[in-house]
Ligand binder design. Structure first.
Ligand SMILES: [Fe+2]
Ligand SMILES: [Fe+2]
Length: 198
């Protein structure tokens, strides 16, 4: 999974994976909450757009997959005797949400923005899982992150395709470009820290 395939404009700072490996307990805790938020976000989309069949049909199995990921991360925490603890502040997602928010009257445009923000987080997670799978010493975690990378890449495609189901592909591409530019800007300004997945 390359950056080009995912569309991301800025690769992760190369120092990240090394400091993440040194803080793998914190990374796993943050990761568990990323999976929880992914599942919750799909449930919200299903409830909010229950009249849209493709949303309900596509995202219902994704909820189950994300919750399965949550369970798998919990298992990795348990193996290491690390308690899940409380959720930490997610600066990356908070900044994405606040910077990409806009007043929207059209329901499909609102849906597209919701789907694209999910696609963006999947794409960045996918890139980070790839870095972990290729660079950390723990062989069990290498395999774990490789499997999850493949799964999140599938979700990324699901979200883009759903957006294209309800809006013209050209419009989706145009808005996606704006999302990518904002994401790259956030990435460039966020501190590189070893206790966050993003
Ligand atoms: Fe996931
Ligand atoms: Fe996902």
């Amino acid at each position: 999974m390359s950056l080009t395939t995912l569309g991301l404009e800025l690769p992760t700072d190369p120092r990240w994976v090394n400091i993440a490996e040194m803080n793998i307990g914190d990374i796993l805790i943050d990761h568990a909450y990323c999976e929880q938020k992914a599942a919750s976000s799909c449930i919200s989309l299903i409830v909010q757009y229950s009249d849209k069949e493709a949303i309900v049909e596509t995202l219902t199995p994704v909820v189950a997959e994300e919750w399965g990921h949550f369970q798998r991360v919990l298992k990795e925490l348990r193996k290491r005797n690390i308690p899940l603890g409380r959720q930490r502040k997610d600066e990356y997602v908070n900044q994405l949400r606040s910077r990409l928010r806009r007043p929207i009257g059209d329901r499909n445009e609102q849906l597209m923005d919701n789907l694209l923000i999910n696609a963006l987080i999947e794409a960045r997670s996918c890139e980070r899982f790839k870095l972990l799978s290729e660079n950390i010493a723990d062989e069990g975690l290498q395999k774990f992150y490789r499997e999850l990378m493949i799964s999140e890449a599938g979700h990324y495609r699901n979200f883009i395709e759903l957006a294209e189901t309800y809006l013209p592909a050209e419009r989706v591409r145009q808005r996606w470009k704006e999302f990518l530019a904002v994401e790259a800007d956030i990435m460039a300004t966020l501190d590189v820290r070893g206790d966050r997945m993003h």
